[in-house]
Design a protein around this ligand. Structure first.
Ligand code: AMP
Ligand code: TRP
Length: 330
């Protein structure tokens, strides 16, 4: 039997090169080897206010991009988090099995507090408990995520172990699967911070739906250094190292071969080559996206995914509820 793998992406804003390289690409690369469950975390995204009209559009885009990036609905189960009501219900149960101290230690939450962000919601604080439910309800062996989500998967493991100890073996303990290359793609404008939808500068982030012309411009103006050598050195050359990671992840060429290939060439030549590789990937994705976005296959695929995921999720939730004693029946 194939091992199972599950992951999700929030449909907040548009998917970018970081979400593709750090997460989505792994779902696609592993879909033959594993039984992949890939969902859209549309509950997690409302932990921060979203404009409803924009959110609805982003939701469709997100599913279309899953498909355009190569996820095959014949192999992977693709669904919306809200279509499986058991996620939120198990989320509350997980919330009751997680300590405030654990949630207080989550860097994603701590960073928001440290930045002085106002009006943080309860949803942001308890976010990892819903994520634990998303994962544990399907008992995957692996959870492919970027570096920033590793801590949440580790918390999931702790909570699952605690639950199993209290109530008897119920959950498989999942492992985070962090890509060796590209687990943290950095902003092109500030290579010490990660590429993100909430980047202050639009120039630092390449969206999967950016026109190739725009993407090329962003790469050509990416921040580098004055050391004039294409070398992987995240401390002294974070900008160049980031471009090396992007290039390596998209071509499969390893770092030292990249260093050799560009030895003696200027940053302009290197950036041009990175831009060529990124733009041809974007063209490929956008070509498929344009075919998908106006068809009704999105609804069909989600309905199909819902049917498959729901059976597993409901059975697990039922088992959990019986074990913790909130059901009359045994
Ligand atoms: P999000 O878009 O925040 O839901 O993230 C979706 C997935 O992409 C998660 O697994 C993240 O860890 C991953 N991810 C997001 N941004 C980056 C980045 N800059 N580099 C690598 N992975 C990322
Ligand atoms: N929290 C993840 C992110 O921000 C999205 C997510 C929600 C997720 N539930 C998940 C990822 C379960 C993996 C498994 O990227």
């Amino acid at each position: 039997m194939k091992k199972r793998m599950l992951s999700g992406i929030k449909p907040t804003g548009q998917l970018h090169l970081g979400s593709y390289i750090g997460a989505l690409k792994q779902f696609v690369d592993y879909q033959d080897e594993y039984e992949v469950f890939a969902f859209i975390a549309n509950l997690h995204c409302i932990t921060v206010y979203q404009d409803p009209i924009e959110l609805r559009k982003n939701l469709r885009d997100c599913v279309a991009l899953y498909l355009a990036c190569g996820l095959d609905p014949e192999k992977a189960t693709i669904f919306l988090q809200t279509d499986i009501k058991a996620h939120a219900q198990l989320g509350f149960i997980m919330n009751c099995n997680t300590y405030m101290g654990e949630l207080n230690r989550m860097t994603q939450y701590k960073d928001k507090v440290a930045k002085g962000e106002k009006n943080l919601t309860g949803g942001i604080f308890t976010y990892p408990t819903l994520m634990s439910a998303d994962i544990l309800i399907y008992e995957p062996h692996y959870v492919p995520v970027g570096e920033d989500q590793k801590q949440h998967v580790e918390l999931t493991r702790d909570v699952a172990n605690r639950f199993n100890n209290r109530y008897g073996k119920t959950f498989t303990i999942p492992e985070p699967l962090i890509p060796k290359i590209g687990a943290r793609i950095m902003s092109l404008q500030d290579p010490t911070t990660k590429m993100s939808k909430s980047d202050h500068s639009d120039k630092g982030c390449i969206y999967l739906l950016d026109s190739p012309k725009k993407a090329r411009k962003k790469i050509m103006s990416a921040k580098t250094d004055d050391l004039a050598q294409v070398k992987f050195d995240t401390v002294n050359q974070p900008g160049i190292s980031n471009l090396i990671q992007i290039y390596s992840s998209l071509t499969g060429i390893n770092f030292s071969d990249i260093e050799t290939k560009f030895d003696g060439l200027g940053y302009g030549d290197f950036k041009k080559e990175v831009a060529n590789v990124v733009c041809s990937k974007l063209e490929e994705i956008q070509g498929k996206y344009n075919e998908i976005i106006n068809s009704n296959i999105i609804e069909e695929i989600l309905a199909d995914g819902k049917t498959k995921a729901e059976v597993l999720a409901n059975a697990k939730l039922d088992e959990v509820q019986r074990k913790i004693g909130i059901e009359i029946k045994m």
